[in-house]
Design a protein around this ligand. Structure first.
Ligand code: URA
Length: 227
């Protein structure tokens, strides 16, 4: 594997950022300073360190994807292709951290770190997910206080939601759970219908808007630490 790719994979930054780390002579391979970003490593044998700290090859992967419509969060393809096809290698051991519907776009986390996934999906901390919601009809503001208190769904009360009106037919909705078709069902409760749905954040992690639909990148150390 190329040195710059290896460092990026180990969350030392983007390819551009790791190239400057390499240029700054902070990377040592088998006792020698290496300044060539394209140096080919034998990751099973070479000893690589940055700023004097040896890297243990990270087997966990954490992808942020800007999910496009017409792709499914699935391991078994049916009608639509799987979002996993958009990744460089198709790992079998990947988890979707909160699935998105086939017609939903936006922030999707994919990892092989089961504990990370569990912390976000079922942890004690309230991790709110925010959606940009396009609606068929003007949003009826009389529902705001009900949503803020928690509406009933599946026979139980949802956590208080946060609502921000963007335009007559567009709201930002933040929810504390990740129930099946939750936003769509919440909008039905408000006598409306979702025409466009995009997840824009999970907790303090925002969708990287430089990612085009279908593109992905690794999470940085700081982003992983948010959870
Ligand atoms: N709520 C929905 O209805 N669909 C999604 O994809 C995510 C949240």
């Amino acid at each position: 594997m190329r040195l710059d790719k290896y460092l990026a994979h180990n969350n030392y930054g983007t390819r551009k950022e790791v190239r400057s780390i390499i240029k700054e002579k902070r990377v040592i391979v088998n006792g020698e300073v290496v300044t060539n970003a394209g140096e080919i490593l034998n990751i099973n044998e070479d000893e690589i360190s940055v700023d004097g700290l040896t890297i243990n090859y990270v087997e966990n992967v954490y992808y942020m994807m800007n999910k496009p419509q017409n792709y499914e969060c699935t391991h078994i393809e049916d009608k639509y292709p799987s979002v996993l096809e958009l990744l460089p290698t198709n790992h079998k051991d990947l988890f979707f951290v909160g699935r998105l519907d086939v017609d939903t776009e936006g922030l999707l986390l994919i990892t092989n770190d089961g504990q990370f996934s569990h912390r976000i999906a079922h942890g004690n901390k309230d991790i709110y997910k925010t959606y940009y919601v396009g609606l068929k009809d003007t949003f009826d503001k009389t529902f705001i206080s009900e949503l803020q208190q928690g509406i009933p769904l599946d026979g139980e009360l949802l956590k208080p939601a946060k609502v921000e009106i963007v335009e007559d037919k567009v709201i930002l909705l933040s929810i504390g759970e990740g129930k099946y078709h939750q936003v769509k069902r919440m909008m039905h409760y408000c006598n409306n219908e979702v025409t466009y749905l995009k997840r824009i954040s999970i907790g303090n992690l925002k969708l990287d808007e430089s990612l085009n639909l279908g593109e992905y990148r690794m999470l940085t150390h700081e982003e992983i630490a948010l959870f």
